[in-house]
Every structure is written in C-alpha cells, then in structure tokens.
Design a protein around this ligand. Structure first.
Ligand code: FAD
Ligand code: UDP
Length: 368
C-alpha cells in the first residue's frame, strides 16, 4: 500500500515525493512515462561526453531564499549569470534591450538619461496594458518592438503578441543602463553536477519507489494507494471533457560540433530569421571544458509534447472549468506547470510544490 501515487518525476512531483517521504514518513510511488527522472529539466552526457539539457536550456534563478536553500540540500552550485544576444539587422546585440543595444543598433553614443528621453519619445501611450504587444510598445516604441519581439513571439507561440497576455513579453525587461544579464534575481546558479544528479539525490529515499517508462493509467488499477499527486496536463487527466487546452510544443535539434566554441554567447535569439527561435551552447551554462561543443536549436511547434501553457483569456477560461473539476476531486492534488496551466519557471514550481506539501500536512493535522 502506497500513501501517495505521484504522476510525473519533474520538479513538482520530485519535491513532493521528497518532502512526503523524508519529512512525513509517507510511502510514495512516483511514475513517469519518460525513461528518466527530472521532467523537462533533465540533463545528460551526450555521445561526446558533453552535459546537455535534452528539453532546451534550463537556467536556475530565483528571489526565494526558501527555494534556494531547499534545493541546496541536494546539490552544490556553480555561480552563473545568464546572457543572451539577439541577431538583429545583421548584428548581435544584448537582449533585454539596454543602453548598448540601442547605441550599437543605431550607431549612437547616448547616455542612460538620453536613452530614457528617447524611449519616452517613441513609447506609445496606453491607458491599459493588456497584451504582450502593449507591454513592449508602451516602453520602447514600435520599431524596437518589431525588431526584437514581434517576429520571435509569432514564431514561438504561433500568435501575434497582441493575442497573448501581457505576462509573456513582460518576462523580458527593458533597461537604460548597461546591465546585460538576462535575469537580475538574487540567486543565480546552476547545479554543479547537473539537474539529473540533483533529482537523483532528492529521490534516493527508502520510502520512494520510482517507475519509469510507465503511464500512470497502465498501473493505476493494479496498485493500492491513498492519494494521488498529478503533475501532467490537467485536460488529459479529465479526458479532455471540455476540449483540449492548448499547449505550445518545441522540437529540439541537438548537434555536437568539432570545435571548442561555436558562438559568442550562451544563447543567441533569432527574432526575424530562421524557423528556430534560439540556439544554446551548453558549455557556457555548465562550465564544462571539452574540445568539442554541443548546441541545441529550438523549433516551435503546435503539436507534440506539451511544453508551454499559452497565456491568453480564452485559455484561462477553459482552464477555470478544469480547475473546478480538480477542486471537486479532493483525493488528487494538481501541481506544476502542466497541471495548473501556469507559465512557471522551475523555482515557481518548487515554491508551489512546497506550499502544497504544507497544505497536505495541515490537512492530516486537521483530520487528527
Ligand atoms: P515537467 O517537468 O513537465 O514534469 C511533468 C512530468 O510528468 C513529465 O516528466 C511527464 O513525462 C510526466 N507525465 C505527464 N503525464 C504523465 C502520465 N500520464 N503518466 C506518467 N507520467 C506523466 N524554467 C526556469 O526556471 N529556467 C529556465 O531557463 C527554463 N527554461 C525552459 C526551457 C524550455 C524549453 C521549457 C519547455 C521550460 C523551461 N523552464 C525553465 C520551465 C521548467 O521546465 C518548468 O518550470 C519545470 O520543469 C516544470 O516542472 P513540472 O514538474 O511542473 O513539469
Ligand atoms: N521574447 C521575444 N524576443 C526575445 C526574447 C523573448 O519576443 O528575444 C518574448 C517571446 O514571446 C518569449 C517571451 O518573450 O516567448 C518570454 O521570453 P523567455 O526568454 O522568458 O522565454 P522562455 O525562456 O520561457 O522560452
């Protein structure tokens, strides 16, 4: 008899398995239909011995001390601040847009103060910032929006920025200084020995059994358990009874090149050229030294594994219907990016899972 059947061994499922087993003495079965743990954060050594992220670049950053300290039980860290260049008008310039981006793009020598004035002169006034287009044009004007955001967003989401919630492009700030870091969070670091090693440590507890290559529906009837934690797509759990929730997918094209360095930055974004959105060179992320180098191209797709919930009002409405069903199913907790249909980063999923763990503990206390 298991206390919990946990569906999915990504961050959501693994954090809950670890807490329930090590802090509450619960017996846990965690199943994943993939052949590995770690969910989308899974990394592994490729045929040339280079550590790569199978499902695209995963850069850890958080402002939450609680989340950082929690994960630090299972890994040491390598300090890492992420930087991205965008290929625009034949140049590679920093993104988020900053002082150097504008000066290089237009051959200018503006000061931060002058750039603020420039942005104020081109920014479009909006009474209400509703869409991903509004966010950008209200800060940097239409021309920079078209150079950096419109094409990338259309490729990535198959939608115009005007059809997406503001939260999508609001992830990328605008700066008038020279700070070229992609993130400014307090904690920015990569697991020293990779994500998979960290997950192995989280899940190595005698109360946790792991079953890979297994869809939970294949074993659900055959196994005795008290409660379920579900981290897969919420619409799939309810057999799409209200219709399919759209998720955006990607195809990853991995390559190993016979040279030590390929590109001048960890990630290059291609807003306006090529069918792919970005190219990542993993050695920058991991600090690994090797005579060869491995890169990945990301090609957005409508069909395929669900990677991104698509933030827009009609999808939020549909999700609400599924959420109501989930709320009426108290023996199952829905956690993570797919099961709560939230465009969450890893740290947000960890925080959500820790919060759900506290709720589960509270519930037990109330029952007692
Ligand atoms: P997942 O990792 O998706 O885990 C869910 C698991 O459930 C999967 O392994 C799946 O196989 C399993 N599952 C589903 N259905 C079933 C079933 N029926 N039976 C058995 N198993 C099932 N976040 C960051 O913080 N920084 C980044 O740089 C970053 N980059 C990203 C880049 C890409 C391309 C993508 C797609 C995401 C990125 N993220 C990043 C987000 C990050 O991947 C997620 O926040 C996090 O991995 C979500 O964890 P999860 O456990 O909710 O979901
Ligand atoms: N974006 C863009 N141009 C860029 C970078 C980002 O238009 O050069 C937009 C795009 O819509 C993207 C969103 O901002 O999906 C969020 O970017 P982020 O880098 O956070 O995407 P993720 O790493 O989650 O794929």
């Amino acid at each position: 008899m298991f206390d919990y059947l946990i569906v999915g061994a990504g961050f959501a499922g693994s954090v809950l398995a670890e807490r329930l087993a090590s802090q509450s003495g619960k017996k846990v079965l965690i199943v994943d239909k993939r052949p590995h743990i770690g969910g989308n954060a899974y990394d592994h050594y490729d045929d040339s011995g280079i550590l790569v992220h199978r499902y695209g670049p995963h850069i850890f950053h958080t402002n939450s001390r609680e989340v950082f300290e929690y994960l630090s039980f299972f890994t040491e860290w390598r300090p890492y601040e992420h930087r991205v260049l965008a290929s625009v008008d034949g140049q590679l310039v920093p993104i988020p847009i900053n002082l150097d981006t504008v000066n290089r793009l237009y051959g200018l020598n503006l000061t931060a103060f002058q750039l603020e004035e420039f942005f104020a002169s081109v920014a479009e006034q909006k009474d209400y910032i509703r869409t991903s287009e509004d966010v950008v044009v209200s800060k940097v004007g239409r021309e920079l929006y078209e150079k950096f955001f419109r094409g990338y967003t259309r490729k990535q989401w198959g939608l115009d920025p005007s059809e997406l919630d503001r939260s999508v492009t609001a992830r990328v700030p605008t700066r008038t200084n020279r700070d070229d870091r992609y993130f400014t969070d307090t904690y920015q670091a990569m697991p020293l020995h990779g994500y998979t090693r960290m997950f192995e440590k989280m899940l190595s507890h005698p109360n946790i059994k792991i079953m890979l290559n297994t869809d939970y529906r294949e074993i659900q009837e055959a196994i005795a358990y008290r409660e379920m934690i579900y981290t897969g797509p919420i619409d799939e759990f309810f057999d799409y009874c209200y219709g399919k929730l759209p998720y955006r997918s990607l195809e990853f094209k991995h390559e190993t090149l016979n040279k030590p360095v390929h590109q001048p930055a960890p990630v290059i974004n291609y807003p306006n050229e090529h069918p792919y959105t970005r190219v990542t060179e993993f050695k920058y992320l991991t600090g690994q030294e090797h005579l060869k180098t491995s890169i990945v191209y990301e090609y957005p797709q409508a069909e395929g594994d669900p990677y991104y919930p698509i933030p827009r009002p009609e999808n939020a409405e549909l999700y609400k219907q599924y959420k109501a069903l989930a709320d009426a199913t108290p023996s199952v907790s829905f956690v993570g990016r797919l099961a709560t249909y939230k465009y969450y980063n890893m740290d947000q999923v960890v925080a959500q899972a820790l919060a759900i763990y506290s709720q589960l503990v509270q519930r037990v206390l109330i029952k007692i």
